[in-house]
Each structure stands twice: as structure tokens, then as C-alpha cells.
Design a protein around this ligand. Structure first.
Ligand code: GTB
Length: 212
């Protein structure tokens, strides 16, 4: 197994990098950050180097990756966080796709429709979170991880998305006891807890436009 020493290039926010940061921190893996300011990005040189013209970007030696979910999966393959067999890996893909679908909706709200859309979004949120509560219930009665018996990349991604929503709507897990317990349990993992309590995490804005 390769222990990638990664450099993350990203904007100064949780954004699409925070799940990766949580994975690395919880796995005891150090990383460096190339924080890209709006001013640097506007110059356009870095954008041209990015495969899809977007950040984040992750560099492990001469291996350069784009797309936040591909970065998570690369780290998962290297750290044994991709399930124990093909079925678990595929279930993890399914969960991660569900996380991605909700992350896109969240991104649209934050960046395109915050003032007008927030109340309606929060009203519809239980219907978006219910599938994750159901998935947890199906795995060991919801006492462990989202799939299988070991933490996975999809857990970090789901946890990050839940963190975002707990800021947007602090009561959003009130009717989801398994998800609420899951967040508490994962947040208490020692290395992850230390990271979540660090200034690096707490002082970084959640989104790029100040909305949360
Ligand atoms: N699929 C890519 C991934 O997962 O990595 C998406 C990456 C992405 O959207 N990057 C944005 C970026 O680099 C920042 S995320 N933008 C600069 C550019 O394109 O020049 C912040 C974001 C999310 C959602 C919206 N939105 O819905 O309007 C806007 C910005």
C-alpha cells in the first residue's frame, strides 16, 4: 500500500476539499496545502493547468489528480478505505453518488439561490437525509459505518456533508437518531476530533461566498 504524501490545491474553504482533509487527518497522514486566492485564480494560469478548469487538485509526487471524488477514491484505494470486497466497494460508490447528488443541490442553494431558496431547501431536507438514515439502519443497526465494518471514503464525504447541513439547519438531524449518533461517533475519533478542533478547520470558511 502506497502512503501518498499529498499536496492539496484549493480555495480557502471547506468546499470540496474538507472530506479529503478529514480523511487524511483521521488516517494520520500529513499533507500540505497550496491555498489558491481569488486573485491568483483570476490570472487564469492555474485554471489552464486543471483538467476540467476547476479546483480542487491533488498532487502525489508526479501524479496529479482533479475531481474531488476521484481524489477521495485514490486515497481510499491507498489507505484501505474502499470496502473489503467488490460488493462493499460498489455499495460505497452508491452512497458516495448519493452524497454527491445532495452536495450539488447544496452548492446550488449556497451559490445561486440562498436568500430565496433556503426555507424551501430546509423543508425538503428530511427527504434528502432519510436515505442515509435508512442505509445506516441496514448496516449493523446503524451503530457503525455507512457500509461494512470499517470506515471508508464515503463516511468522510457523508460526514462532511452532514457538517455543512448542521450549520445550515442545526436541527436537521433531530428526527434521524442514527445519523445524529453517527456524526457524534465519527467526530469523536481521536485524530479526526483533533483536526475538527484545530484552527485550520474551524477558521476556514465553509463556502466561497460567505454563506453557510
Ligand atoms: N466536480 C468537481 C469536483 O468535484 O472537484 C467540481 C469542482 C468545482 O466545482 N470547483 C469550483 C471551481 O473550481 C469550486 S467549488 N470553480 C472555479 C472555476 O470554475 O473557475 C465551488 C462551487 C460549487 C458550486 C457552485 N454552483 O453551484 O454555482 C459554484 C461554486
Amino acid at each position: 500500500m502506497h502512503n501518498p504524501h499529498g499536496e492539496i490545491s484549493c480555495f480557502a474553504r471547506w468546499g470540496r476539499c474538507e472530506a479529503t482533509r478529514m480523511l487524511l487527518a483521521d488516517q494520520g497522514q500529513e499533507w500540505t496545502e497550496d491555498v489558491v486566492t481569488g486573485e491568483i485564480w483570476q490570472k487564469g494560469d492555474l485554471k489552464k493547468l486543471c483538467v476540467f478548469g476547476q479546483l480542487p487538485r491533488f498532487q502525489d509526487g508526479d501524479f496529479i489528480l482533479h475531481q474531488s471524488n476521484a481524489i477521495l477514491r485514490y486515497l481510499a484505494r491507498n489507505h484501505g478505505l474502499y470496502g473489503q470486497d467488490a460488493r462493499e466497494a460498489t455499495l460505497l460508490d452508491m452512497v458516495n453518488d448519493g452524497v454527491e447528488d445532495l452536495r450539488i443541490k447544496y452548492g446550488r442553494l449556497i451559490y445561486q439561490n440562498y436568500e430565496n431558496g433556503k426555507a424551501e431547501y430546509i423543508e425538503a431536507l428530511p427527504g434528502q437525509l432519510r436515505p442515509f438514515e435508512n442505509l445506516l439502519a441496514q448496516n449493523d443497526g446503524g451503530k457503525g459505518f455507512i457500509v461494512g465494518k470499517k470506515i471508508s471514503f464515503a463516511d468522510y464525504n457523508l460526514l462532511d456533508l452532514l457538517h455543512n447541513h448542521l450549520v445550515l439547519a442545526p436541527d436537521c438531524l433531530a428526527s434521524f437518531p442514527l445519523l445524529a449518533g453517527y456524526v457524534q461517533r465519527l467526530n469523536a475519533r481521536p485524530l479526526l476530533k483533533a483536526y475538527l478542533e484545530s484552527d485550520a478547520h474551524k477558521q476556514r470558511p465553509i463556502n466561497g461566498n460567505g454563506k453557510q
